[in-house]
Design a protein around this ligand. Sequence first.
Ligand SMILES: [Zn+2]
Ligand SMILES: [Zn+2]
Length: 347
Amino acid sequence: MAIIPLIVVCPRCFSKDLYRFGKDKDGFQKYQCKQCRRQFAPDNPPNNSRRKRKYPGCPVCGKASFLHHDYTYYSNFRCCDKKCNHSFRVPKFINIDPPSSELQPHTFSFKGMRHPLYIVLCALNYYFCGNSTTRKVAQTLYMVHQVKVSHVTISKWIKRFAPVFKKIATDRLLGVNLCDSDEWHFDETYIKIAGKDYYLWLAFDAETRLVLDFHLSPNRDSNSAHSLLANCRRKFGQPRSAVISDRYYAYQQPASLFFPQAKHIRVEDFDDLINNNVIEAFNGQFKAWYKPKRGFNSFESANRLIATYIFFYNFIRPHSSLNGLTPAQVAGVQYSDKERRFWLLVA
Ligand SMILES: [Zn+2]
Ligand SMILES: [Zn+2]
């Protein structure tokens, strides 16, 4: 038998002899007095007819909802109208960690930079577009520019510039509208950091080949999938028709939670997909860049290098499959070739 709290009394006759009487339209428990038949909902404060609702209204009938279940990543509400009984979920973005791509804000200064900026940016270009190691970049700088620097200095330059490129990418992608694109692809691959396997989670827009976001994590788990997909939703909205991932279970919940408009297609293998060249193209180039480096030495440096690599992939390196344009240009980010060279030379 349902228990009626002791403090509940009939507001008319003060009897404690009560029935439970369903829920009122705002989702609060109602009671009926057995003596005088008065119905009331003591938890619903008075004069509240125009009060703001505690929970979101039902998206189907507009009536009030009640909290049915509260989970880590979302709340499940149900319509108070028994006939409608619609159940819906509202994501809790606040409980979802941002992906590793959201680098900590980092101030940048040219202080202590003993070489001309032009030389530094040439080194970055060789490193990110030419698949060179820092040692090879040092050799090239000496051969081409007669500048003698150690590979350690070059690796410092590369890490130092990561926040600059991150800022350019964030600013430029802010105004871009990807809601008209049909498909987004999600995939994970692994890389080595200090001898250990880490997962690199990636999100792509199929049409423009833009890398939407990435997340680097020691685990292949549900938290990582939520971080990546939630950030794509926050930054770019939802794709028009589909979200495509492998069959890994962790994609299911975030895909339906953050992209309710889109169909979630789970493929056994991306090779089976007609339109799989997006991920293929990236992976091929990424491996060619990553392999000579034989792994990264720390999480922090891997994260920064990958962020900058993706900036070069999205904004700098022309793609032959995109008629020599960059993914960012195809996505509608306005910048000229002159500007592209300018970012490289005076970032
Ligand atoms: Zn009564
Ligand atoms: Zn309803």
